[in-house]
Design a protein around this ligand. Structure first.
Ligand code: SF4
Length: 494
């Protein structure tokens, strides 16, 4: 289940920067289709897209943004391109033919994409098969008849022979030489922001290994987060902090966009953040301290996401409001400077790395405990550090927060990433706040975070498919949900 590519804070957890409802649908699909386009030689005349009926995508590819992302990727666009909603129209205008088919392709992962792309000028047709691993991460596991393992973190060169044989060389600057009867070469460009340096050595890959290096009561978690991401990406501290600043600025822009009011046709909920702010301003709400600001920011950000504004998937698009809204509301309420804000948010990023290394962010794999559960644990650790807490307290807060939501299922209403997603992001903020305060007050989380993640993974494995983002169970199949779905799709057969 976990990716074999070592997780990175900016590849896996605080990113991608994107538009669309779901990172495992709309952002991952952009990356997969861009690689398929590169494989076709930089232009696609015809694309056959196949989804397995036993996976999640068979029932969600249209409504949760996979098609949107695939169209953009086939055009060579990025995941945050403002033209994203116009992708299908652009394909038609350029004469690109796209067929989408649901049929058995022997997929063993719930999020498998098979793309067969044709470039008529080159007389080339190739097949690329890839899985979306959650949070926008991907693995390409097949090119034509060749088994591969490409994560998009490095440039890959594919060489093809007259007999159909393929060879792949990975890495920037590798000596490229044609061999034997090889006729063609394609360059598959990097689609992840953080490259994997050659000879990568991670400083640690579990909480236990990390805390064996130094006393966690004597340093903040962000010290380890900086050390990890510097090693993971071959970066220095200023580069990591600069990227964190860029991510924070995008998050801040998304909140502002939501607070300014959003509109989008294919949407269930209206502008609830405006109503919340008005009720708050007029003293009609219970006194929640900084929690009411968190609710406002989380809601605004989720509304921006549902209106196709640019967001940061952190760790996923479905849970994008939780971490950003909670942390930036706390930073505002505490009047924190940039330095402590950015470092504290990095500590939440490291919690996400541990989730990615040991379990998964993908709702298709582990339900909503994978998305908002991870986001809540990340936010709890960050809040602790914002209050001056140490790494032991941040880890304790993350453990408590995740324990509180183990088993949370994914059952989107009307097959849209809006409800119960909004409520789960908001309650995740509340869970993060109380878990941080419990940890700061010395409550004993009892179960170390590594072990909570093992339970998280084991629960994911025993969760029925109907409750893992297939819209086949739970709230998704209530009469009201079905009626909303019919209304949104104009009476289609969904
Ligand atoms: S219910 Fe949770 S996991 Fe499912 S789409 Fe909504 S936020 Fe994501």
């Amino acid at each position: 289940m976990p990716s074999t590519l070592p997780a990175s804070i900016f590849n896996d957890v605080l990113g991608p920067i994107m538009r669309g409802p779901s990172s495992s649908h709309s952002a991952a699909s952009v990356r997969i289709a861009r690689l398929a386009r590169d494989l076709a030689g930089g232009h696609v005349d015809h694309a056959l897209i196949e989804f397995d009926p036993n996976g999640s995508l068979a029932t969600t590819h249209a409504s949760q943004g996979s098609d949107l992302g695939l169209f953009a990727g086939l055009l060579g666009w990025e995941a945050d391109d403002p033209r994203l909603p116009e992708g299908h129209k652009a394909l038609v205008e350029q004469g690109v033919e796209v067929e989408i088919v649901v049929r058995a392709i022997g997929a063993t992962h719930p999020n498998t994409y098979r793309l067969t792309v044709t470039n008529r000028e080159l007389g080339a047709t190739h097949v690329l098969e890839a899985d979306s691993l959650g949070g926008g991460m991907i693995v390409v596991h097949r090119i034509d008849a060749l088994d591969v393992e490409l994560f998009g973190d490095q440039i890959a060169h594919v060489f093809g022979g007259a007999d159909g044989a393929l060879r792949v060389q990975i890495g920037k600057g590798v000596a490229l030489e044609r061999q034997g009867n090889e006729l063609w070469e394609r360059r598959l460009n990097r689609v992840l922001p953080v490259p994997t340096p050659s000879g990568l050595r991670l400083p640690f890959s579990s909480v236990a290994a990390m805390t064996a290096q130094a006393d966690p009561t004597q340093r903040p978690l962000s010290a380890w987060a900086l050390e990890y991401e510097c090693a993971r990406g071959g970066l220095d501290e200023s580069e990591v902090l600069s990227q964190m600043s860029k991510i924070r600025d995008v998050m801040r822009g998304s909140i502002d966009a939501g607070l300014n009011g959003t509109d989008w046709g294919d949407r269930i909920l209206g502008n609830q953040s405006a109503g919340f702010r008005s009720a708050w301003d007029q003293g009609q709400l219970l006194d929640g301290g900084m929690l009411n600001r968190m609710v406002l920011y989380v809601t605004a950000l989720m509304e921006a996401k549902s209106a196709m504004e640019v967001i940061v998937a952190a760790p996923t698009a479905g849970s994008c409001g939780l971490f950003a809204g909670t942390c930036l509301a706390a930073a505002d309420a505490l009047s924190l400077d940039d330095g402590p804000t950015l470092r504290s948010m990095l500590s939440g990023g490291l919690i996400g790395v541990f989730v990615a290394l040991r379990s998964s962010f993908a709702a298709e794999v582990g339900g909503c405990q994978a998305e908002t559960g991870a986001g809540s644990a990340m936010a709890a650790a960050t809040l602790v550090e914002m209050m001056g807490g140490n790494a032991a307290q941040s880890l304790s807060a993350a453990s408590l927060a995740l324990q509180n939501v183990l088993g949370l299922v994914c059952d989107p209403v009307a097959n849209r990433v809006e409800a119960p997603c909004l409520g789960r992001n908001v309650s995740g903020a509340s869970n993060a706040l109380v878990s941080a305060n419990m940890a700061l007050a010395g409550y004993d989380a009892l179960i170390p975070f590594d072990e909570v993640l093992d339970a998280h993974r084991q629960i994911s494995q025993s969760m029925p498919r109907e409750l893992r983002c297939t819209a086949l169970g739970g709230l998704s199949i209530t009469p009201t949900s079905k009626a909303l779905e019919q209304r949104l799709c104009g009476g289609c057969d969904s």
